[in-house]
Design a binder for this molecule. Structure first.
Ligand code: MN
Length: 398
């Protein structure tokens, strides 16, 4: 089965949701709607699966009647219509006492509207802090507000699941309405009491902060409620407020472009590094060549790569090529004499100058020495080495 991933709709809203039966109940009586800009959680009640019917009738009616823009009054009217739908369904099926909570939200850009009935909740994570938006319609909430019990005592109170307002019984029922301005980066959480009775608000807050992907976040919240006992059905909707979509898209594009630049720079650095290494290597060697009849010393190798010369003229000596021993001069006229380094090339020239100053052409021994230096110098290039060596031997024989 593919992993659930965050859902995204055209408006740029990111959301995730999950509902689970939990560990104890025989039915999942929770229902939910995720139809942006509408999001809702309903927690049904009433024996023999009546709660399942109540919550499902309520969310279906809500989805049909909710406004398509963030309009709190319209949302409140849709919840009242859902109330009638549940009352009618109960009468048709002869199921008195069937009812449901309803926490409904309309969220678009920076506007949030909420309609609330019962003890399911809406929370907003804003700048790393979780705040409960809705007030529970429950006996516990009333007693806490009256200062009769503490929230800790309410968690274990025998009447902790008694709710004071629900859909399905009173035709005059009115939802609480909330209108809130939200900003990009905020996160909306809608949940049934199966989450909030199992996890403390600070545990919920931590998960909402650290789990970036909203679908993954919804799944983790449900998993944690189950791990904590799963005494009730658990339903969670997580919606990320993306604010002004244009700005978000630009930010993403800029991030993508930055990465492309980093990759291209890394490639350029690699290519330059390789070229620099190869160039440095070639520049450690040297060679002698005939420069208009004079012996010239070059640094590098007598080759070109992509039209770029891999050598440069170090200096032209005052040694005439024609004054050299015939084998040497023949080699310079045909090509070059390679050396390990600039120093080795200069010492070859020094040898030639000494010989000329002594009034003689370089000896056969000196010639042999030159040839072996040459062969060693160009050992990295078999062809050049073989060519130079054979022509040097030819010179020696003359
Ligand atoms: Mn419940």
């Amino acid at each position: 089965m593919p992993r659930p991933s965050a859902n995204r709709v055209h408006s740029g809203t990111m959301f995730g949701s999950r509902t689970d039966i939990g560990c104890v109940r025989e039915h999942n009586e929770d229902s939910l709607v995720v139809a942006p800009p509408l999001y809702a959680v309903a927690d049904g009640m009433g024996g023999h699966a009546a709660g399942e019917v109540a919550s499902e009738v309520a969310v279906r009616s809500l989805a049909e009647n909710a406004p398509s823009t963030v309009d709190s009054e319209g949302l409140g009217n849709a919840v009242m219509t859902a109330n009638y739908a549940v009352i009618n369904a109960a009468q048709e099926k002869g199921r008195n006492g069937m009812g449901t909570t309803m926490t409904a939200a309309l969220l678009e850009r920076d506007k949030l509207a909420i309609a609330q009935v019962g003890d399911s909740r809406a929370y907003l994570l804003h700048q790393g802090t979780l705040q409960q938006i809705t007030r529970d319609h429950s006996l516990m909430a009333d007693m806490i507000e009256a200062g009769e019990i503490t929230p800790e005592e309410a968690r274990v109170h025998p009447q902790r699941s008694v709710i004071t307002r629900a859909l399905g019984s009173d035709p005059d029922m009115q939802p609480d309405l909330y209108e809130i301005n939200v900003s990009a980066g905020d996160r909306l959480l809608l949940c049934s009491d199966g989450l909030t009775t199992m996890l403390e608000d600070n545990e919920i807050e931590k998960i909402l902060i650290r789990t970036r992907d909203p679908q993954r976040c919804a799944s983790i919240l449900v998993n944690e409620a189950i791990a904590a006992g799963g005494h009730d059905n658990v339903t969670v909707i997580v919606v990320d407020v993306e604010g002004d979509r244009e700005r978000q898209v630009k930010k993403t594009k800029r991030k993508g472009r930055a990465w492309a630049v980093v990759i291209v720079l890394a490639l350029i650095a690699t290519v330059l590094g390789v070229c620099y290494g190869a160039y440095t290597y070639t520049q450690s060697t040297a060679y002698l060549a005939d420069e208009n009849g004079k012996v010239a010393v070059y640094q590098g190798v007598p080759d070109t790569v992509l039209g770029i010369s891999l050598s440069h003229l170090d200096h032209v000596t005052d040694v005439n090529v024609d004054d050299l021993q015939p084998g040497v001069s023949a080699r310079l006229k045909e090509g070059v004499i390679r050396a390990d380094s600039l120093d080795a090339a200069n010492s070859l020239v020094d040898g030639y100058q000494e010989d000329i100053a002594a009034g003689k052409k370089p000896t056969a021994e000196a010639e042999q020495l030159d040839a072996s230096t040459d062969a060693a110098a160009s050992s990295s290039s078999a062809d050049a080495s073989a060519g130079s060596t054979s022509s040097a031997q030819g010179g020696t024989l003359q």
